[in-house]
Design a binder for this molecule. Structure first.
Ligand code: HEM
Ligand code: HEM
Length: 398
């Protein structure tokens, strides 16, 4: 018997084995218990992607640190079965999370993934043309059946480990149990390849996470120079962007969310004495919607919401101003994703010399604006009504 045959798994291999075994069992339970619970879905995706990269690291570690040999007296067929189960486990530890990632990438729902609420995770590349019910159902089938294959393999694996522990052959279980029964074994070979296994896996993870940041638009481009939108409106007011804000709020799973657009421009031609010739044109950079919660921010930019990569600009044209009790009302034409929708906007306006102060509000329907209609058309998660508030300060042009 050589030294390697009787030595134990490395501490790293043992730690990975038990941590991943616990995570896999937890993931199967979570997969079966996450219906209608977005937080659990996000946790499932986060732990699943973690398992994918741990599996890559584990395989690389195994390559650098070959495992101990099976007991010499073990029948050939059992050795083959044991190896087969191990190979199948490795295949599943990669194929199930990869399949899950493919499933969410091609899902008609196109829900964003933010790992542990922190890391924006992209959809798999080159899957845009594959989005649809058919491939989604196909991947869902394999994903859910994969869990049962893990359970079946686990039964064989545990039965094998227990049989060989209590059987006549030299035990195998003690090779995988941290330091409890293995003291009589010669020490394991010195471990190597830590950087190769964990550095490589971490670098791959970082590269994919970084790719999600590309094309996500400016984090905060700051206020634009006055008149930058070039709308042709002969503005007679200069908006003070530092003191102005366009905010929105609504309900997600019964809880209030609030957000703000960081970058927008407004060309304001407003004459209280000549409302018919007054005109306002606002241009909003949809990539700059910010709520303070990464999952919301990423969701808002995604295809079924603002589809910001394709339509980075939303515009609002205000016209048909009229005075109403306590302020003004205007007809707003909001063009989002290239589709114009008309809605009323009410606002108050206080003009003090050359300073103007505006407070406005409008309520919009997600359905009317075609927002989040793939994943939540019935407003089961996000209420259909979204409030928009506008708070503006401007000075009269000299
Ligand atoms: C080893 C890792 C994983 C395991 C063991 C696992 C297991 C499961 C299980 C047991 C279910 C329930 C299936 C059913 O309803 O019958 C499930 C559902 C789901 N998993 Fe995973 N999963 C893993 C990784 C992932 C990853 C990485 C993602 C996405 C990035 C993902 C996305 C999903 C989704 C979206 C569902 C719900 C499917 C549906 O609409 O029914 N999973 N998973
Ligand atoms: C879902 C849970 C589990 C998974 C995915 C899993 C996976 C694996 C894999 C892939 C190996 C081979 C390691 C290598 O050679 O690189 C292994 C070895 C081993 N596992 Fe598990 N395991 C799980 C649960 C368990 C449990 C519950 C036990 C305890 C009875 C156990 C006992 C062992 C033992 C004793 C070995 C060493 C076998 C040998 O050297 O031939 N495993 N496991």
């Amino acid at each position: 018997m050589n030294a390697e045959a009787s030595s134990r798994y490395t501490g790293v291999a043992i730690a990975l084995h038990w941590a991943m075994a616990a995570l896999l069992v937890f993931m199967i339970w979570l997969g079966w218990n996450m219906e209608d619970n977005e937080a659990r879905f996000q946790l499932h995706k986060s732990v699943g992607i973690t398992i994918l990269f741990l599996a890559i690291a584990r395989l690389a570690w195994r390559f650098a640190n070959p495992p101990p040999l099976l007991p010499e007296g073990m029948p050939g067929i059992e050795k083959t079965a044991s190896h087969g189960v191990h190979i199948a486990f490795y295949v599943l530890m990669i194929a199930i999370p990869l399949g899950g990632w493919l499933m969410v990438s091609v899902s008609p729902f196109q829900v964003a993934t933010v790992l542990y609420g922190v890391v924006s995770w992209p959809h798999l590349p080159f899957t845009e043309g594959l989005i649809g019910e058919d491939l989604y159902e196909f991947t869902e089938f394999f994903h859910s059946k994969g869990a049962w294959v893990i359970i079946a393999l686990l039964a064989l694996h545990v039965a094998g480990a227990v049989k060989h522990e209590i059987g006549a052959e030299e035990g195998v279980l003690k090779k995988m149990i941290p330091g409890l029964f293995g003291r009589s074994d010669p020490p394991a070979l010195p471990p190597k390849g830590f950087l190769f296994a964990f550095g490589g896996s971490a670098a791959l993870f970082a590269a994919i996470a970084a790719s999600a940041l590309l094309g996500s638009g400016p984090a905060n481009p700051g206020p634009p120079p006055p008149g930058a939108s070039g709308t042709g409106v002969q503005a007679n007011w200069i908006v003070d962007y530092e003191k102005s804000a366009i905010t929105f709020s609504g309900l997600h799973e019964g809880r209030k969310f609030e957000g703000v657009f960081d970058a927008w421009t407004a060309d304001v031609a407003f004459y209280p004495e000549a409302l018919a010739t007054s005109q306002v044109q606002v241009s909003v950079d949809t990539r700059t919607a910010r709520t303070g919660k990464k999952l919301y921010d990423d969701s808002l930019k995604s295809r079924e919401w603002f589809n910001a990569p394709e339509f980075p600009q939303a515009t609002v044209e205000l016209g048909e101003f009229r005075q109403v009790a306590g302020g003004y009302e205007a007809a707003a034409t909001l063009t989002l994703k290239g589709r114009p929708v008309r809605l009323p906007l009410t606002f108050t306006l206080d003009i003090d010399g050359d300073e103007a102060r505006l407070e406005g509000a409008a309520t919009v329907s997600r359905k009317a604006l075609d927002l989040g209609q793939a994943s939540d058309a019935g407003a089961q998660y996000v209420a259909d009504e979204v409030s928009i508030e506008i708070s503006g300060r401007a000075t009269r042009k000299p």
